[in-house]
Design a binder for this molecule. Sequence first.
Ligand code: URQ
Ligand code: ZN
Ligand code: ZN
Length: 484
Amino acid sequence: MSTTISTLIKGGTVVTADREARADVAIADGKIVEVGVDLEARAGARVIDASGAYVMPGGIDPHTHMELPFMGTTASEDFFTGTSAAFAGGTTMILDFVIPAPKQRLLDAYRQWREWAAKAAGDYSFHVAVTWWDDTVHEDMGTLTREFGVNSFKHFMAYKGAIMCDDEVLVSSFSRARELGALCTVHAENGELVWRLQQEIFELGIHGPEGHPLSRPPEVEGEAANRAIRIAEVLGVPLYLVHTSCEDALQAVTRAQLEGQRVFAEVLAQHLVIDDSVYRDPDWRTAAHHVMSPPFRARRHQEALWQGLQSGRLHTTATDHCCFCTPQKEMGKDDFRKIPNGTGGVEDRMSVLWHHGVRTGRLTPSEFVRVTSTAAAQIFNVYPRKGAIVPGADADLVVWDPSGTRTISAKTHHQNIDFNIYEGMEVVGVPAITISRGNVVWEQGQLRSERGAGRWVDRPCFAPYYAAIETARNLARPTAVVRG
Ligand code: URQ
Ligand code: ZN
Ligand code: ZN
């Protein structure tokens, strides 16, 4: 049965994670149906002229927090406005987070987040955070993997007194993830040290946003990264570190990877290009708007992160898009510990990475596709449905104009936040057209997103693969020689 091609993207250079070549892309019923040279458009099909442009898989942002209730307020970006802004930046799928309150059933929290996300314009999936432990958590993790398409569980090692996991929770949850073949992800900062440093710094009389990075030095992230990696190693589970922000954490990741441990790591676009001088800005609002965790670091960490990305030790890029407007940030006007942590950027990630990554020669176009889309699809097991340009894949595509320019600004962005951490940054490389499951949702500066058009994306577990590999690895370990 020949499918009726609805859209034909002609004349572009198709770029995937492993190659770039001149090719046309035919779309029907929301799927890619053919990729080849000089494809013919059927009568009635829309033809998109992509000559001079790249045709890439739609971006996947593996780390966002739309409408997150956090630190006494709720993030200002919701699932509709956030996935719409993502389209404007070339991103067609987000992986967000269900974050249960301590003692809240994971399943109840999951259902709540699914209700919130029903308004999404773009496709989405959820990591589910384990913020406490008892038998119901053990049970719900199983139900979420078997019946609800969840294959990743998040652990915050920071945020003491709120959602922080101690080692007991980490060990219980990582062990359960191993049984299920699910992936463990961590926010690696030592929450006890942060808590102590926050008190000491505040008592010294430092109450402004400049106190925030002082309470979360790189060592605090390095310790937690190493601890999570070692726990994962002993338990024989793969691990994914979110927002790796400094050399200290990257060194822990590098050591483990060199020893053959399966450790994936993510870097945020903003940590690659913004440094900690923002906290010394005389305008309180500017400094407060950059309060996120881990904080922006001294410039020397950025080169290490770029090297990590170029060498493949950092696999994915994300944004941790968690927006709080100025009045919300002012909740911490007199106490930096009360400034809601989070920054935006879901609309800017791909242009920032193209401008600072591809145009500087740090990344090839294919590496750009890998770190903005394909790696996340593969790690979280939605490839090749997502992150690929092959027949059968969802028609999530971006027609990328490598010479288009944009000056990033809160005055013109589509994100629901009154500040932009990249304010004034001039970038070269912009999405001309974004296509979500075959629908043109962004074209020449016009958003055509539709409330509720986004779909939940199931993510199957890896059980047979990881369990087998890790078991083999553990069995291969030299057994201790007990001397008589
Ligand atoms: O820690 C996170 O990832 C969430 C709560 C967003 N906030 C942040 O500062 N990164
Ligand atoms: Zn985090
Ligand atoms: Zn986050």
